[in-house]
Design a protein around this ligand. Structure first.
Ligand code: COA
Length: 231
């Protein structure tokens, strides 16, 4: 398996990358921003993507994108082909992408938004912390990318304050990033996901008292995030 900065020889994988992202989102039943082959190709051509290939077969992919005039860098579109999952490939691709982003943009805050617990775990181990959306880039083009996600109405309803995705960020200025204060706790992030789903997803026929009042939900969310940050 080779994990490399993607180059023109990898353009042929653009369609299968997009198809794999779309099919995986359907299987998981979660929202995900759609990507076109043209978009993936532009990332590859600009030297802003990391690809894992097994001989001639596509195995995994992730790309980087600078926002807010290079103050922020997103590591996005992480995908591992189903044939290569659960062998630590996502972790390796993310680490390569993270180190590449650090080299290319040493002063930038590196961030991502995700609903996936696997990605949250990987991010946490790299030194990311969960943050509110207001701490991420306010570049409208970044948030425009969410328009193709099936949960976009939630982002609009909350005036871009929150959605089912969790924002996570690595701040190079925070020295303690190198060593997290607490070991990764999947239960905390699972609880964060559950609260968000109860708070933000519209149920067709809500059972009596099944919807958490908005204010109460925000408070619970803040508490869970503070716990995760070790406050
Ligand atoms: C999520 C995804 C990238 C994980 O890829 P992977 O190569 O199987 O992940 P890894 O093997 O590197 O696993 C990394 C860690 O996450 C855990 N993990 C993997 N899949 C998981 C899942 N579905 N739920 C919870 N944890 C999971 C692994 O156990 C591992 O933890 P460990 O260090 O304790 O062993 C892959 O399943 C995928 O492409 N899914 C569809 C697309 C997607 O969800 N992308 C993320 C959008 S932001």
């Amino acid at each position: 398996m080779d994990i490399v900065i993607a180059n023109k020889s990898h353009i042929k994988h653009a369609t299968v990358i997009c198809d794999t992202i779309e099919e995986s989102a359907k299987v998981r039943g979660t929202g995900i921003a759609k990507r076109t082959p043209e978009y993936i190709i532009s990332k590859i051509e600009n030297g802003n993507a990391v690809i894992a290939v097994d001989g001639d077969k596509f195995a995994g992919f992730c790309y980087i994108e600078a926002w807010g005039h290079g103050k922020f860098v997103a590591n996005s579109g992480l995908i591992v082909h189903p044939d290569y999952r659960k062998i630590g490939l996502a972790k390796k691709i993310k680490k390569t992408t993270f180190e590449y982003s650090r080299t290319k943009y040493p002063d930038a805050k590196i961030f991502g938004i995700t609903t996936g617990l696997a990605v949250m775990k990987i991010n946490y181990e790299l030194g990311y912390k969960p943050v509110t959306f207001s701490e991420l880039t306010d570049d409208p083009t970044f948030w425009k990318g969410c328009q193709t996600c099936k949960n976009y109405d939630i982002l609009q309803r909350t005036q871009q304050k929150m959605c089912l995705c969790t924002g996570m960020m690595y701040d190079p200025k925070e020295k303690e990033n190198k060593k997290q204060k607490h070991p990764y706790n999947s239960k905390v992030l699972q609880r964060l996901k559950n609260i968000k789903q109860a708070l933000l997803l519209k149920k067709k026929k809500p059972a009596k008292n099944s919807i958490i009042p908005l204010e109460e939900g925000y408070i619970s969310l803040k508490k869970v995030m503070a716990k995760f940050k070790g406050k």
